[in-house]
Ligand binder design. Structure first.
Ligand code: HXC
Length: 258
């Protein structure tokens, strides 16, 4: 697969794993890394051989935030033109399920990137937070919105206004993280879950992911309408015929992704 300067990409069956790779700076998210990441995720999304993506860092850090050194001298107008968070919107549009495998620091932009993923597996060593307030700013890539929706107003306010980091365990109890496992298993566990998703009919997986995400930016009425249309659309897929026939014939279905 293609060479990236700041990412390590690997593939096993239908599952692609993308590891952020700026270990010396705890995977600080500079513009170059984010450009590569968005390009990479979009390329994987277009690849019919990839049915689930695992996004990870390393044991010490998922990502310790946007690259502070890259932002420290920028003016407001430069930031406006740089429009670096526009790239992040493209991650939101990826149709393939993305599972975050998080160990160590997931701070600021790192926490926000984690929250762009669909399911989060954390290690017992995960430290999750929005510490931007401590350096004179605030979250800028969705932290105030996604964290609040995930953990509720009280904890989100506390984290955003004080910069307090929470553990994987606390994040799980608050509904932000799906599962916490010992550090030696977090990547394996995320890949296992990715394989389980990759075994499901791919068209239904994509439409179902889309419908769940829709619930974040629509009324219940519109959301239900959207869900129903996606449900009906699946009756045009070969996999739907196969799935129901296999159930009736008491055999295992064979998905074609069509
Ligand atoms: C640039 C960073 C960095 C960052 C760590 N480093 N975080 N460089 N941007 N966000 C670098 C350090 O400068 C240092 O490099 C090396 O990584 C190791 O970090 P240390 O601080 O020596 O490690 P440690 O003492 O273990 O402390 C770990 C830490 C701390 C608690 C995570 O590094 C930290 O507080 N980092 C900043 C976290 C943060 O504020 N994130 C939010 C950023 S703003 P050198 O060369 O000095 O050895 C943000 C805005 C979001 O994310 C907007 C959307 C993208």
């Amino acid at each position: 697969m293609s060479d990236y300067k700041n990412l390590i990409l690997s593939r096993e069956g239908f599952v692609a794993t993308v590891a952020l790779n700026r270990p010396k700076v705890l995977n600080a998210l500079n513009l170059e890394l984010m450009t590569e990441l968005v390009d990479c995720l979009e390329a994987l999304d277009q690849n019919a051989g990839v049915r689930a993506i695992v996004l990870t860092g390393n044991e010490r850090a998922f990502a310790a935030g946007a690259d502070i050194k890259e932002m420290a001298d920028a003016t407001a107008v430069e930031m406006l033109y740089r429009d670096q968070f526009a790239r992040w919107d493209r991650i939101r549009k990826i149709k393939t399920p993305i599972i975050a495998a998080v160990s160590g620091f997931a701070l600021g932009g790192g926490c926000e990137l984690m929250m762009h993923c669909d399911i989060i597996i954390a290690s017992e060593t995960a430290r999750i937070g929005q510490p931007e307030i401590l350096i004179g700013v605030m979250p800028g890539a969705g932290g105030t919105q996604r964290l609040t929706r995930a953990v509720g107003k009280g904890l989100a306010m506390e984290m955003v206004l004080t910069g307090r980091q929470i553990t994987g365990e606390e994040a799980m109890k608050a509904g932000l993280v799906n599962k916490v496992v010992p550090v030696e298993f977090y990547l394996e566990e995320a890949q296992r879950l990715a394989r389980t998703i990759a075994e499901q009919p791919p068209v239904a997986v994509r439409l179902a992911k889309e419908a769940v995400l829709k619930s974040f930016d629509t009324t219940i009425e519109m959301g239900l309408e959207y869900e129903r249309k996606n449900f009906y659309l699946l009756f045009a897929s070969e996999d739907m015929r196969e799935g129901m026939a296999a159930f009736i014939e008491k055999r295992k279905p064979e998905w074609k992704g069509k």
